[in-house]
Design a protein around this ligand. Structure first.
Ligand code: PNS
Length: 158
C-alpha cells in the first residue's frame, strides 16, 4: 500500500488543491493532507479551521485524512510513514521553488516528490488571490469548494 502526502498552507483550500488531492488519490492508495500549522502572519484561517474545511470537503472519501503539522515536512513525513510527497505545478512560475523544495527534502531524508500538472482550468487560482478577491468583495464561486465559500462569507469578506 502506498501513501502520498499532499502538504500545503491551504489558507484557504482552493479548487486547485482539491484537484491535486483527487489526482493523488487516483494514483496512490491513501492520501494524507498535511496542513502547516503557521503558514504566515497574513493567514486568514487558523490551522484548526483549515483542517476542518478540508475534512468537510473530503468527508465522503475514506482514503483521505487531514492533519496539521509543525516543523520540518520530512520529519512529519517520516512520522506518518508516507511513501511520497505529491505537489501540483501550475506552470513554470511554480517550478523553481518546487524543484528546490523537492531537492532539499530529498537531501534531508531521501523522500521523493512527484509532481502533477494542475488542470489548466485551475492554473490561475492561488490562495492569496482568493483571499484578495474575497476581501475586496468579489465572488469566489468556482475558485474554491462551496464549504470554503461559506467560510469566506462568514469571515465577513463576501
Ligand atoms: O501551500 P504552500 O505554502 O506552497 O506550502 C508550502 C509547504 C507548507 C509545503 C512548505 O513551506 C513546507 O514544507 N514547510 C515545512 C517546513 C519545511 O520543511 N521547510 C523546508 C522545505 S524544503
Amino acid at each position: 500500500m502506498t501513501t502520498a502526502l499532499c502538504p500545503g498552507s491551504f489558507d484557504p483550500p482552493t479548487n486547485g488543491h482539491v484537484d491535486v488531492i483527487r489526482r493523488a488519490l487516483a494514483i496512490f492508495d491513501e492520501v494524507v493532507v498535511g496542513v502547516i500549522g503557521n503558514p504566515s502572519k497574513n493567514s486568514m484561517f487558523s490551522s484548526e479551521e483549515r483542517v476542518s474545511l478540508l475534512q468537510e470537503v473530503f468527508r465522503d472519501v475514506d482514503r483521505v485524512s487531514v492533519e496539521s503539522f509543525d516543523g520540518l515536512l520530512v520529519e512529519y513525513a517520516g512520522r506518518r510513514h508516507v511513501d511520497v510527497i505529491v505537489k501540483g505545478l501550475r506552470g513554470v512560475a511554480d517550478f523553481d521553488s518546487e524543484l528546490q523544495m523537492a531537492q532539499m527534502n530529498h537531501h534531508l531524508s531521501g523522500i521523493e516528490t512527484c509532481f502533477v500538472a494542475t488542470n489548466p482550468s485551475h492554473g490561475y487560482i492561488s490562495s492569496s488571490l482568493v483571499k484578495e478577491v474575497a476581501r475586496l468583495g468579489g465572488s469566489t464561486d468556482r475558485l474554491v469548494p462551496v464549504e470554503v465559500q461559506k467560510a469566506l462569507d462568514a469571515k465577513g469578506s463576501k
